[in-house]
Design a protein around this ligand. Structure first.
Ligand code: SER
Length: 274
C-alpha cells in the first residue's frame, strides 16, 4: 500500500512534503528517486522519534506490518513488529503533538462468531490469526489514545488489496495478486485458497482513495477511530480464474489449500460498509 500511496501523496502534496521510509532498500527505483526515501526501523523508538522531529513531520501513515500468512510462521515476531511499532507511533504522536495518524486495520480483525455475510461495524472481533489479534489491539489503542489525549487517529478495516504495481507480501488474500504473475509466466496457478472461498477484495486505487478521503475528512465528522468498515467487491479464486481465461484462454488453476484456508474461512464473505 505504501508503494502506491507514496506516489499519490507526492503528486498531491508535493514531493518535498512527503517522507517515505522502509526497513528495506530493495524497493522500486521510482520510490527511491522521485522523492525522499530513507531506511528506518520503526521498532527503534529513538530512531523513529528523531526522524519525525528533525523533519517537522505533522502526519503519519504507518503501514509497516507482517501480514496474516507470514505472521503464522512466527506469532511472537508478528506481534512485536505490528504492535510495538504502532505503540511507538502513538507515543510519538502524543509527545510531538502529531496532527493526524493513520494505521490500517483489516478484515482479519474478525474471525470466530460472526455471520459471514454483510459483517457490520459492530460485529464481534475474535480473530483467528496473530495478525488479526494485532489489528484488533491497534484499533482499540487508536480509539483509546483518541479518548485519553485527543490524538487524531484514523483507520479502515481493509479487505484484500489487489495491486498491479506492488508484489504480494505474505497475506492470505495475496493469491489474488500472485495469480496474475503466474498466469503470465506459466499460464497456471496453484491456489492455496480453495474453490468457493468468497473473500472481500479491493483494487489498490480505491484503497488509496479511501486513505486520502479519511485523512482529509474533518475530525468532527468522524464517529470511529482506527476501524471504519470498508468494502468494494467479493470473489472466489475460480471467479478470478474465469476472468483471466478471457485473456489467456489456456490458463488453468488447481487447488492446494494450506493453513491459510482456515484463516480465510474465518473471515467475512462480504462487508457492510454503510
Ligand atoms: N490482505 C491481508 C492479509 O491477507 C489482510 O489484511 O493478510
Amino acid at each position: 500500500i505504501g508503494t502506491e500511496l507514496t506516489t499519490e501523496f507526492r503528486s498531491r502534496y508535493g514531493s518535498d512534503n512527503v517522507y517515505c521510509t522502509d526497513i528495506r532498500d530493495d524497493v522500486s527505483s521510482q520510490l527511491k528517486e522521485e522523492g525522499n526515501y530513507d531506511i528506518l526501523n520503526v521498532l527503534n523508538y529513538d530512531e523513529l522519534s528523531n526522524f519525525i522531529k528533525s523533519r517537522n513531520i505533522d502526519a503519519i501513515v504507518h503501514l509497516a506490518a507482517i501480514l496474516s500468512g507470514r505472521g503464522e510462521n512466527n506469532p511472537f515476531n508478528c506481534w512485536e513488529v505490528n504492535t510495538v511499532s504502532a505503540m511507538n507511533v502513538f507515543k510519538i504522536g502524543v509527545e510531538q503533538s502529531i496532527k493526524r495518524i493513520f494505521i490500517p486495520s483489516s478484515m482479519a480483525a474478525w474471525g470466530l462468531g460472526i455471520e459471514p455475510d454483510n459483517v457490520s461495524q459492530a460485529s464481534i472481533l475474535r480473530p483467528t490469526s496473530i495478525y488479526g489479534v494485532t489489528k484488533v489491539a491497534i484499533e482499540r489503542l487508536a480509539e483509546y489514545f483518541f479518548l485519553k489525549y485527543g490524538l487524531d487517529t484514523r483507520g479502515v478495516r481493509f479487505p484484500g488489496i489487489i495491486s498491479s504495481e506492488a508484489l504480494p507480501g505474505g497475506g492470505t488474500t495475496d493469491y489474488a495478486v500472485e495469480i496474475f504473475y503466474d498466469a503470465i509466466r506459466t499460464k497456471h496457478y496453484k491456489s492455496f485458497i480453495n474453490q468457493g472461498t468468497l473473500l472481500p477484495m479491493m483494487y489498490m486505487p480505491d484503497a488509496i482513495k479511501s486513505v486520502i478521503m479519511l485523512m482529509e475528512a474533518d475530525i468532527s465528522k468522524l464517529r470511529y477511530h482506527g476501524d471504519y468498515n470498508i468494502a468494494a467487491f467479493s470473489f472466489a479464486p475460480e471467479d478470478l480464474a474465469d476472468e483471466i481465461k478471457q485473456f489467456i484462454p489456456d490458463f488453468t488453476i488447481e487447488y492446494e489449500p494450506d493453513f491459510r484456508q482456515k484463516i480465510a474461512e474465518s473471515w467475512p464473505r462480504t462487508i457492510d460498509d454503510s
